[in-house]
Design a protein around this ligand. Sequence first.
Ligand code: ZN
Length: 394
Amino acid sequence: MILIHNGTVIDGTGAEPRARTSLLIEGERIRWIGPADAAPARQQETTLVDATDKYVIPGLIDAHVHVSRNGREAVSELLKRDRDRLVLEGVESVRNILRSGTTAVRDVGTLHYIEMSLRWAIDAGHIPGPRMRTSGKFLAITGGHAFLTDGPEEFRKAAREQIRAGADTIKLMATGGAATPGQDVQASQMSADEIRAAVEAAHAMNRPVAAHCHGAEGIKNCLLAGVDSIEHGTFLDEETADLMLARGKSLVLTLAVANVDVSKLSATARADADRLMRVRGQLRERMRETVALARAKGVLVGAGTDAGGNPLAPHDFSMAGELETLVAYGFPPLEALTAATKNNARILRWEQELGTLEPGKLADLVILNADPVADISNVRQVSAVFKGGSQVTA
Ligand SMILES: [Zn+2]
C-alpha cells in the first residue's frame, strides 16, 4: 500500500481543495481519502509519500489527441515515413504525455493505426504511456478534411471497419478543417444521411461518436443525428448550445493549438504553420465567445489538446497549455481542472474508473509542487505521477 500523506487534495469533482489530506492506495485503486490525522494506521509494508506543501490532483485526461503524429512536422511529411519510424516516435510521444501528468487520452485520428499498437504496448507494460481510447481513421468525405468515403452505406461500413480495427470511438470530420489546405472551415461537408449512418453503426456497437465541427450548421447536423461530442465547436451559437444541453451532448474544446509561437518552429514546419496561423487567427477570437457561451449555458465542456494534429502541437505538457488557455479564456482554474478530469472521463465513458479522486477509483494522480488553483500554470510543476497505483518513472 502507498500512503500519500498530508497534501492538499483537489479531487476533480469541482469541490474546493482540501488541505492536510491523505490518500491510501491499495493495489491499483484508491482505498481511502480523509484528514491526514485520521489516516489509517500504517502497516509495515506501506510506502509513505510525504505530500506536505504539495498538491494532489487526478491524472489529467486529454480528450482530443493524435499520438501517432509528432506534432512537430506536417502530416504530409509524416506520411512519407515508414511505419516503424512513426511507431518509435510514438513511443516517445506517449512517454512525454504520461510524464507531464496526463494519465489517459482519447486518440481521435490515426496514421496506420499506430495508436492501436501503442495502446497494446502500454497496456502490456512494455512501454510507459497513458491509458487510451482510440478511434482509428477519421471518416470524411472525399475532398474533405481527411480522405476516405462517400454516401451513407460507405460511412456505415467505414465506421464498422474502425471498430473491427479496435476503435472504441468513431471520429467524423463533419465540417472543413484548418489542417487541410484549401478548406472552408464553415462548410458542412458530410450530409445528414452520412452522419446518421455512421452514428447508427457506432451506437449499435455501443461506441460514441466524436465529430470535428467548426461551423454552426455542421454542429447542428451532428447533434440532430445523435453525435455524442462536438470537437472544437468554434462557431457554437445559442441554438446549438441549447441543443447540446437538451440532448446531453458535450463540447470538447481545443484552444491552445491556435496559440503556438511560430518563431520556435523548424523551417520545414514553417510553411505549413504560416498558412495555419492565418486560419487559426480568425478562429481564435471566435473561440473566446464560444467558451463564454458554453460556460454560461452549462454545457458539458471537455478539454483536448489536438497535440499531433498539426506541426504546431507537440506532445510536451500539451494539457498544461490547454488548461492555461482555458483559464485565459475565462474558466476559473478549479473549473478548468474539472473539465480536464471529471468531464473528460465522462466524455471518454471512463467515469466509473477515472477522473476523480474517490475511494474505489483507479489511483491515477499527479502530485504538484505548487498550487494549480492559485496559478493554473503550476500543473507544470510535476513532482510525481501515479498511474494505477504505480509511480511513473518514465
Ligand atoms: Zn484533431
